[in-house]
Ligand binder design. Structure first.
Ligand code: FAD
Length: 467
């Protein structure tokens, strides 16, 4: 029996349980559908990366990955008719929007006697499967991570034997849309596709995993895997990574497993509580944040203008705090930012500028190649102190001390902030202490960190007292 493999966030050939399942039944037609609503919402950075990965995956399928544009229920129904297909195989999605879409598509296909068959998820352990003995979910990371490890995960799926691919008629407009999205991408894209992901993983295992535990917090070093964009689109599966690490017992290998567990934890939280994507999970926190400009009275217009200018300074990397500015400039120029700096810039946005985390999360989602609703929005809630598992609110990152500790020679800041290249070593982190610090146009701090920290903690006390 012929079937369709509907590819979405699983753009690869190997370790692919849904492909294996489809191939076991007969010839397979791999299809990618450009969904207009999702496509528009993704923005040019994520669109570019997705398009580049789809094109690379098409090459890996010897050109026999069919690309179509339109509503998936309409596109898939038509293709099932054209190719006498009786089943559509796919990897189960667990984000709120995708769950609703898949239910809708399944209902439409079901009416035509076509099965929708879900196999696997983008995670080593599918969201919803890690529970307490009582069946309850985990809200806090550390016990989740312990239970996730004891749950274990399956071995990578073997490549299907004698895979037969069906030839479909290309939609040249849809292919042009993909190529255009790559061209229009405002940041330079890394090499895309499964081979590139595996090559990056092999390089990381060879060069960097040994020191990962020490180096992972240092934005000035190339100490992390940079696999997040590939994991986002499924060019490599975490199961493959965990399998390759299975015989390594070092602290660094263990630390890497823990980082993958964060990705799985946030996906689990999102699956169980879809509202966590855009709502504070700790109630009553709104007094922590200034009302957005549109919600304030006319009399406050001056302060509105200033507040919006502060947000723009943060977005453009002009806050006068070098580590924050380096991070935002790295994000704007490359579509990626180091994890430590994501935490520092998010803390600055929420606790120095007192803005609601969702606004900052939206900006990140527009600019990150690896932008992922679960990891991004829950990462923001963690920093803001509003998530199911959050850093204590009184943990306010000091951008100067974070710079001195994690960019001790100042190389990261100098790489992204050319106006500070004349300062030596860690001096870059506090240019106002040097007579020549602002000689090349680097701005003075837009707010006083110590003052804003006290303000944030005062707001927190107020929230606590009123509970
Ligand atoms: P490595 O250190 O090599 O880690 C390996 C993998 O583990 C990563 O690729 C990622 O899949 C996972 N991982 C590591 N740290 C985390 C974490 N804290 N949370 C979830 N997964 C993690 N990650 C995204 O993939 N997409 C996002 O949109 C995203 N937004 C973030 C926003 C904020 C405010 C914060 C604090 C973190 C965010 N992260 C996000 C998590 C983390 O910053 C990135 O996964 C990491 O920087 C990617 O680099 P890497 O692949 O070199 O990581």
């Amino acid at each position: 029996m012929s079937s369709i493999l509907w590819l979405r966030r699983d753009l690869r050939r190997s370790d692919h349980p849904a492909l294996q399942e489809a191939a076991a039944g007969g010839p397979v037609l791999p299809v990618f559908v450009i969904e207009p609503r999702l496509w528009e919402a993704a923005g040019p950075v994520r669109r570019g990366w997705l398009a580049a990965t789809v094109l690379a995956t098409r090459d890996a399928f010897d050109g026999r990955l069919l690309v179509r544009a339109g509503r998936p229920d309409t596109v898939l129904t038509a293709l099932c008719g054209e190719h006498a297909v009786s089943a559509v195989h796919y990897t189960r999605e667990t984000t709120p929007w995708a769950v609703r879409r898949d239910d809708r598509v399944a209902a439409t296909l079901h009416e035509r006697d076509i099965d929708m068959v879900a196999t696997g998820t983008p995670y080593a352990v599918g969201p919803g499967l890690v529970t307490r003995d009582s069946g309850q979910s985990y809200k806090v990371f550390t016990p989740f991570s312990r239970a996730w490890r004891s749950h274990g995960w399956p071995a990578p799926a073997p490549d299907p034997q004698g895979l037969q691919l069906i030839d479909g008629a290309d939609d040249t407009d849809a292919l042009t849309t993909l190529k255009q999205a790559v061209q229009d991408c405002p940041v330079p894209l890394p090499d895309a596709g499964e081979d590139a992901a595996r090559a990056r993983w092999a390089e990381f295992l060879h060069d960097s995993i040994g020191l990962y535990d020490e180096d992972r917090d240092r934005p000035d070093l190339d100490g992390t895997s940079r696999l997040s964009p590939h994991l986002k689109v499924g060019a490599i599966h975490p199961r493959t990574l965990l399998h390759d690490l299975s015989r390594r017992r070092s602290r660094s290998a263990d630390r890497f497993r823990t980082e993958l567990a964060w990705r799985e934890f946030y996906a689990d939280v999102l699956w169980r509580a879809p509202e966590s994507a855009w709502h504070d999970m700790t109630s009553g926190m709104s007094p922590l944040y200034d009302a957005p400009a549109h919600a304030r009275r006319d009399a406050d217009r001056d302060s509105d203008d200033n507040a919006e200018e502060l947000v723009r300074a943060w977005q453009e990397g002009r806050t006068g705090y070098p580590l924050v500015d380096a991070g935002m400039r790295q994000l704007n120029a490359t579509g990626w930012m180091h994890n430590r700096v994501r935490m520092v810039t998010a803390s600055f946005f929420t606790k120095d500028l007192h803005r609601w985390w969702g606004e900052g999360a939206r900006y990140f989602m527009e600019h990150l190649i690896d932008g992922d609703l679960a990891s991004n929005n829950h990462g923001w809630q963690w920093v803001a102190g509003t998530g199911t598992d959050a850093a204590p609110f009184h943990r306010v990152f000091n951008p100067v001390r974070q710079g001195e500790r994690f960019d001790p020679d100042g190389d990261y800041v100098r790489a992204w902030v050319p106006e500070l290249r004349h300062l030596n070593g860690a001096d870059v982190h506090a240019p106002w202490k040097h007579p020549e610090g602002h000689a090349h146009g680097y701005p003075a701090p837009v707010v006083d960190h110590d003052h804003e920290r006290r303000d944030a903690l005062g707001r927190y006390e107020h929230v606590r007292a009123s509970k």
